[in-house]
Write a protein of this length. Structure first.
Length: 257
């Protein structure tokens, strides 16, 4: 996670200083009020309570694993990421600052990537403290400890899932000047792409081959694949394709503006 944040910083700082300025503006906008801090705190609090306090928590499993966290985290991110991205373009359209942003020496792609990476860094900041769960379980285990390889693979899958959700959220925000509507669109779209296709593939009439290919369209299929500890290039290409698709739609929406 730390390496990912450093890589994002180097890309933005060295390749495009104007794009980095948009990214910093996005970060300032998110952390300029208590809303940003509250969103991250709530994310960590809900994760902690669900994992260590409620019934069927990871301490009751009898063995060292973070499977419960990686099953729960995508559903919490379904709420967190739309809350982070809903103001990205919607607020710019509503206040009229998008017209000012267009007068600067910035291309549409620089604006889109600046907004995207700014939101992605916020998501990374929210995910970073969850590494404490790994060390906690490792210290509490009495046997060989947690499976490091599977845990690393699951974190890689979670990062790509968060990156895909962020692209969906940025795209949703470019459709409207109402942040609440952007939140709802992003929430529904993320839920559909994460679990919707898997749910549809389980319909009895689709069994016999079509269900497998339909499930492959959903994010959950590829997230579970990487979470097994095997990083397949097909899964990485899928996530990158989803990100490029929604950022391209965002760029197209800005062109209409």
């Amino acid at each position: 996670m730390i390496l990912l944040l450093c890589l994002v910083y180097l890309i933005l700082h060295n390749l495009s200083k104007p794009m980095w300025s948009v990214c910093k503006k996005e970060l300032r906008q998110f952390f300029s009020s208590l809303t940003g801090y509250i969103a991250i705190i709530v994310f960590l609090l809900v994760n902690g309570v669900m994992l260590f306090v409620f019934e069927n928590n990871i301490l009751d499993f009898g063995y060292a694993t973070l499977d419960r966290f990686f099953q729960l985290a995508p559903w919490i991110l379904l709420l967190l990421i739309p809350a982070i991205t809903m103001r990205s373009f919607a607020e710019e359209f509503k206040t009229g600052t998008f017209e000012i942003l267009q007068t600067r020496p910035l291309s549409r792609w620089q604006i889109v990537f600046g907004k995207y990476f700014g939101s992605l860094i916020v998501v990374g900041i929210a995910l970073l403290p969850t590494i404490i769960y790994y060390f906690t379980i490792q210290q509490l285990s009495s046997g060989e400890g947690i499976d490091t390889g599977a845990t690393v693979g699951s974190y890689i899958g979670l990062v790509f899932l968060a990156a895909a959700f962020t692209a969906v959220g940025i795209c949703s925000s470019s459709f409207t000047n109402n942040a609440v509507i952007a939140f709802i669109i992003s929430l529904v779209a993320c839920a559909l792409f994460y679990y919707g296709f898997s749910a549809i593939s389980q319909m009895p009439g689709l069994s016999g081959g079509a269900d497998y290919y339909l499930e492959m369209i959903g994010i959950d299929f590829h997230y579970r694949s990487i979470s097994r500890g095997i990083v397949d290039t097909r899964d990485l290409i899928y996530f990158l394709s989803v990100i490029v698709l929604f950022l391209s739609i965002t760029n197209r929406n800005l062109l209409k503006r």
